[in-house]
Design a protein around this ligand. Structure first.
Ligand code: ZN
Length: 112
């Protein structure tokens, strides 16, 4: 501050406004591997994924395999039921087609 009460700014170095740059790096995470292809390492008694190379807990793999089997069985049963319904539907449609063809044939023969 000078004698006249005025603040001189000659010797004041202004603060530089910091430049803030935010950068978000995209993570290169691999998609979750389902370990669909595995190999057994008999020497080390391990299960290893052929796709990601990860070591798999044997119990987890057996559990996952059992769940897949159960889901496949459930899906197979559902498909069998759907097949039965569709077969019955086709049978009904064939019968309807036969009735309609017979009706058209009768109408064509009918004298006017
Ligand atoms: Zn894997």
């Amino acid at each position: 501050m000078s004698d006249d009460g005025v603040i001189k700014l000659d010797n004041v170095i202004p603060f530089q406004q910091p430049t803030i740059t935010l950068s978000i790096k995209a993570t290169s995470q691999k998609p979750l591997c389902r370990h669909n292809k595995v190999e057994l390492d008999s020497d080390f008694r391990m299960i290893r994924c052929k796709q990601c190379g990860g070591q798999i807990e044997p119990f987890d793999w057996i559990k996952q395999y059992a769940n897949r089997e159960r889901n496949l069985k459930w899906e197979f049963e559902n498909l069998q039921e759907k097949q039965k319904r569709l077969t019955a539907s086709i049978k009904e449609l064939n019968a309807e087609e036969k009735r309609l063809r017979a009706r058209v044939s009768r109408l064509k023969r009918k004298p006017e």
